[in-house]
Ligand binder design. Structure first.
Ligand SMILES: Cc1cc2nc3c(=O)[nH]c(=O)nc-3n(C[C@H](O)[C@H](O)[C@H](O)COP(=O)(O)OP(=O)(O)OC[C@H]3O[C@@H](n4cnc5c(N)ncnc54)[C@H](O)[C@@H]3O)c2cc1C
Length: 381
């Protein structure tokens, strides 16, 4: 057992940290306040290889491993959780399933531009009527010769208004239920009937441009089916298993940013004749923050390491996600507390971390759904 990152992983971490601190962090307040999608960061992120980190070079990626991706994602998310999720959707939720389920033609056409960062992807599973119960799709895909006609509305789509490629799930044979869902690769710019709805006004990750995607007789070639026809639910669930490791890393990043802000504040703020860090109550908050973050990071790295080594990782990913997201919320709450009244002010970044942390308990499977996944696994043992 080796708890050290290797030389290459450390290099990626340092590069990501430097980019995050110098370019991402200075933009984070604007991204949050103005609900600004960080579009100006994407060319440099692409250049640094951050948009397809564990995709092989032959398919446009940087050919790294999942551990390097996780380490970089923590750094980016610590600086700006919005930028973290933009990156994680492109890597985990769109590029990864094309790598796993795509044909060589599909990888050439769709994966190369996504993994190189030339194009941006979005993942369209949720609907107004369904999120956790993802098999209950109302969007329909009706086959007509060589094309499918898609009709329906997708909800909460991260990156939606800026995406070039959408991975869309729809019911192709409703009578088959979960075995009647198909995944489609859709060109967001050249598909009549595909349109972007209003952007959601959210509590946190305010710049991530979450919107509805509306499909009105959208014609999609049958050649764009990803994986098997009626095999879309498997594509979705396998993708989310990997995506959860990314959200765990995002949560660790948010937690770390909140903890570091609290630690520094506690050394500067004085009360009763000295810094508040002299009080054992504050010291214990900081000690618990550091301990929980360390545990969350180790769990996240373990899940990533298993994915790299092609070992089953679904349960470990769910455990990492539920623990890291609850850690982010606990740490951010205590970080606000350490700041006292200033923690409640928008002048200090902890209130942003506090709002951003919440989403990690909701998307890519709520904490309740992670526990359903974990319980299913432990009861099988
Ligand atoms: C900011 C944001 C970005 C998002 N980005 C995307 C995206 O890019 N693509 C995409 O497809 N989706 C996206 N989502 C959707 C997200 O994945 C869903 O919101 C999430 O899965 C929960 O679904 P729901 O909102 O329908 O809640 P519901 O499923 O209605 O759940 C409501 C409550 O009931 C609980 N619950 C439901 N079923 C069970 C059960 N079996 N056991 C115990 N408790 C249960 C839930 O845990 C939750 O507490 C995003 C959501 C948000 C808020």
């Amino acid at each position: 057992m080796n708890f050290e990152l290797n030389h290459h992983q450390k290099m990626i971490r340092d590069m990501a940290r430097s980019f995050a601190q110098n370019e991402v962090k200075p933009l984070a307040t604007r991204v949050d306040r103005e609900h600004h999608f960080p579009v100006e960061l994407l060319p440099h992120m692409a250049e640094l290889g951050f948009m397809g980190m564990f995709i092989p070079e032959e398919w446009g990626g940087s050919g790294g491993d999942v551990v390097s991706y996780i380490v970089a994602l923590e750094e980016i998310s610590a600086a700006c959780a919005t930028t973290g999720v933009v990156m994680s959707v492109n890597n985990s939720l769109v590029s990864d399933p094309i790598l796993k389920f795509g044909t060589d033609e599909q990888k050439d056409k769709w994966l190369k531009p996504l993994a190189s960062g030339e194009k941006l992807g979005c993942f369209c599973l949720s609907e107004p009527g369904t999120g956790s119960d993802a098999a209950n799709q109302a969007t329909k895909a009706e086959r007509k010769g060589d094309v499918y006609i898609l009709n329906g509305t997708k909800n909460w789509i991260t990156n939606g208004p800026f995406a070039d490629t959408a991975l869309i799930f729809a019911m192709s044979e409703p009578e088959k239920g979960v075995k009647g869902i198909t995944a489609f690769l859709v060109d967001a710019h050249r598909t009549p009937g595909y349109s972007v709805g209003a952007i959601e006004d959210k509590l946190g990750i305010c710049g991530s441009a979450t919107c509805q995607i509306i499909l009105e007789n959208a014609e999609v070639p049958a050649a764009n089916v990803l994986g098997e026809e009626n095999g879309g639910f498997k594509v979705a669930m396998s993708t989310l298993d990997g995506g959860r490791i990314g959200i765990a890393a995002q949560a660790v990043g948010i937690a770390r940013a909140a903890y570091e802000a609290a630690r520094e504040y506690s050394k500067e703020r004085t009360a009763f004749g000295g810094p508040i860090s002299q009080f054992q109550a504050i010291q214990f908050y900081l000690a618990d923050m550091a301990t929980r973050i360390d545990a969350a990071r180790l769990m996240t790295l373990r899940a990533a390491h298993r994915k790299d080594h092609r070992r089953p990782y679904g349960t470990e990913a769910a455990m990492a996600k539920v623990f890291a997201s609850e850690t982010a919320n606990w740490v951010a709450t205590k970080a606000v507390q350490v700041h006292g009244g200033n923690g409640y002010s928008r002048e200090y970044p902890v209130e942003r971390h506090f709002r951003d942390a919440k989403i990690t308990e909701i998307y890519e499977g709520t904490s309740e759904i992670q526990r359903v996944v974990i319980a299913r696994s432990v009861l099988q043992d």
